[in-house]
Design a protein around this ligand. Structure first.
Ligand SMILES: Nc1ncnc2c1ncn2[C@@H]1O[C@H](COP(=O)(O)OP(=O)(O)OP(=O)(O)O)[C@@H](O)[C@H]1O
Length: 235
């Protein structure tokens, strides 16, 4: 389980997260949603160990994430981060050399599913296809926690649903947890177990998607809107 206890993060004077308490149990697919600048990416970077909290603790399986990147976390950034002169195959080799939990065959399967050729250079790929490669090499890690920051940005709406469905078959929910930040809520609502809504660095709500559907009988987007408008309260 990942736990954030009283976590705040300040960038100079800007408070990106403000005294957050939240936990992410194993075996769930959890969406982190909220308006631009609400703190979603900051939350993932803190879990990945790329940032340190200004206050509070980040615990991964009860261990403090002390100033190092946990091997238990596979993190996909929302920015383009690959060496442009690598081919896709060279990138796969590189990932294999860097991560003990990397499964080469799994990476190849996912790339095939996403229609990406191995001998293509990264710099020649479209933005959407670079996004698919990023997703493939992250999902090919057998880490207990997979964090995807905006995985669907740049993907055209026609393929989003099939990519989302395809991606899920590579997650083993007996042993893995998937945490996704996204603005594409409608596309992934069906596969989310839980959602966390952020606003201005605070948690506005955390709820199972089943409860949202059964209890409120509305979509996740409408639930989020209600929270933002103060029509639904979160205790
Ligand atoms: N490196 C940085 N330096 C200064 N301020 C930052 C930095 N990174 C983020 N911020 C600020 O922290 C706040 C939270 O940013 P964050 O990127 O976590 O939000 P987000 O919810 O992921 O936004 P988006 O949906 O636009 O990606 C924003 O106000 C942002 O401007």
């Amino acid at each position: 389980m990942i736990e954030l206890q009283h976590v705040s993060k300040k960038y100079l004077l800007k408070k990106a997260l403000d005294d957050i308490d939240v936990s992410f149990p194993i075996g769930k697919i959890i969406g982190v949603i909220g308006e631009n600048g609400s703190g979603k990416s900051t939350m993932l970077k803190l879990i990945a160990g790329l940032l340190q909290p200004t206050n509070g603790e980040v615990l991964i399986d009860e261990k403090h994430a002390d100033r190092k990147i946990s091997t238990k976390v596979a993190y996909m950034s929302d920015i383009d981060q690959f060496y442009p002169f690598f081919t896709v195959n060279q990138l796969v080799d590189f990932y294999e050399s860097q991560f003990q939990d990397f499964h080469r065959e799994k990476a190849r399967d996912i790339l095939r599913l996403m229609h990406i050729e191995g001998d293509e250079k990264i710099k020649h790929l479209s933005k959407g296809n670079r996004g698919r490669v990023k997703m493939a090499v992250t999902l090919a890690r057998n880490a207990p926690y997979i964090l995807l920051d905006e995985p669907f940005s740049g993907l055209d709406p026609m393929v989003r649903t099939s990519i989302v469905q395809g991606m899920i078959q590579y997650i083993d929910l007996q042993s893995q947890t998937l945490i996704i930040t996204t603005h594409e809520i409608n596309e992934i609502e069906a596969l989310l177990d839980e959602v966390i809504v952020l606003r201005k660095g605070k948690i506005l709500g955390q709820q199972s998607t089943e409860d949202i559907r059964m209890e409120y009988q509305i979509s996740v987007v409408d639930w989020m809107k209600q929270l933002y408008e103060g029509r639904t309260k979160y205790e």
